[in-house]
Design a protein around this ligand. Structure first.
Ligand code: C2E
Ligand code: CA
Ligand code: CA
Length: 273
């Protein structure tokens, strides 16, 4: 009951009290998880249609609680944003990925940022500090930002993104098409690529509407000189359709599931012929 779904919410004073109680428990668990570092960063390989080879990997956080086991990011990231614990989590992911990229220097790495991260002035300092410590070349790091980031505080987001771009980092717009996509953002924000959400990809092989949406987004991206990354590609039909559309990259189970650091190193070794 610690991680309730939306459908489970019951109204009434008793459940409100329970909800409050659960939030306090969750806050305690998450604080402890950060202190004891119960997190592991996984990496999902990305495939380049252009080079027919691995091009990068997206860092995806994993929480293994000693008693509750695996807790998926969708169950605690939104909570961590609400209670202002996301900063520590993001900082930890950045440190881990930057350090790992020193060891694995043949590919790029993507890191998910939350809108809340920009509200804390320490983010850019931390990035600078870690880049120096681990001798990271910024052009090999991609920050993924969702549309909601541009909506909640566009000025703050734009300022931060411009600073990151000036340092040489790449910016991808995540979950494109699921939020309040506005063509204005594409015009005003310094993005390098669009990430097509997997809700559109899942239907392209049998749903003409999904296929049209994906085709339109791809041509929209091309019109803005942006790269196109497809997310959640699970089978050969989807792969072929995206390849024929001149999509640039994809990630998904069809290529690889998210891997531990060691597994990624093995995976990259296997790719070399
Ligand atoms: P996202 O950024 O859209 O990440 C892609 C999600 O799709 C990942 O789920 C990945 O495991 C999953 N996925 C990849 N390929 C396939 C596929 O072929 N089929 C299916 N069904 N799923 C696929 P995951 O790891 O559970 O992460 C969920 C979300 O949690 C992420 O969505 C992201 O919004 C958030 N998240 C994960 N790690 C971090 C992090 O370090 N920081 C922040 N702020 N958010 C994170
Ligand atoms: Ca992402
Ligand atoms: Ca997504």
């Amino acid at each position: 009951v610690l991680f309730r779904s939306k459908e489970n919410v019951i109204f009434g004073s008793e459940s409100l009290y329970k909800e409050h109680e659960e939030r306090i428990i969750m806050l305690g668990l998450l604080t402890e998880a950060i202190r004891e570092n119960q997190f592991v960063v996984y990496y999902q390989p990305k495939y380049s249609f252009i080079n027919s080879d691995v091009s990068g990997a997206e860092a995806l956080i994993r929480w293994y609680h000693p008693n509750y086991g695996f807790i998926p990011p969708d169950n605690f990231i939104p909570f961590a944003e609400k209670v202002d614990l996301i900063h520590s989590i993001t900082a930890m992911v950045i440190t881990t990925v930057f350090s790992f990229s020193q060891q694995v220097n043949s590919i790029s790495f993507s890191i998910n940022l939350s809108g809340k991260d920009f509200e804390n002035s320490t983010l850019l300092n931390h990035i600078d500090k870690m880049a120096k410590l681990y001798e990271v070349n910024p052009c090999r790091i991609i920050f993924e930002i969702t549309e909601s980031v541009m909506i909640t505080n566009p000025t703050l987001a734009l300022n931060n993104l411009i600073k990151l771009k000036e340092k040489g980092y790449k910016i991808h717009i995540d979950d494109f098409g699921t939020g309040y996509s506005s063509l204005n953002y594409l015009r005003e924000f310094p993005f390098d690529a669009i990430k097509l959400d997997r809700t559109f990809i899942s239907g392209i092989a049998y749903d003409a509407r999904d296929l049209s949406i994906v085709r339109s987004i791809v041509s929209l991206g091309k019109a803005f000189s942006l790269g196109i990354v497809a997310e959640g590609v699970e089978n050969n039909e989807q792969f072929e359709l995206l390849k024929n559309m001149n999509c640039d990259e994809f990630q998904g189970y069809y290529y690889s599931k998210p891997l531990s650091g060691d597994q990624l190193i093995d995976f990259l070794r296997g790719q070399k012929k």
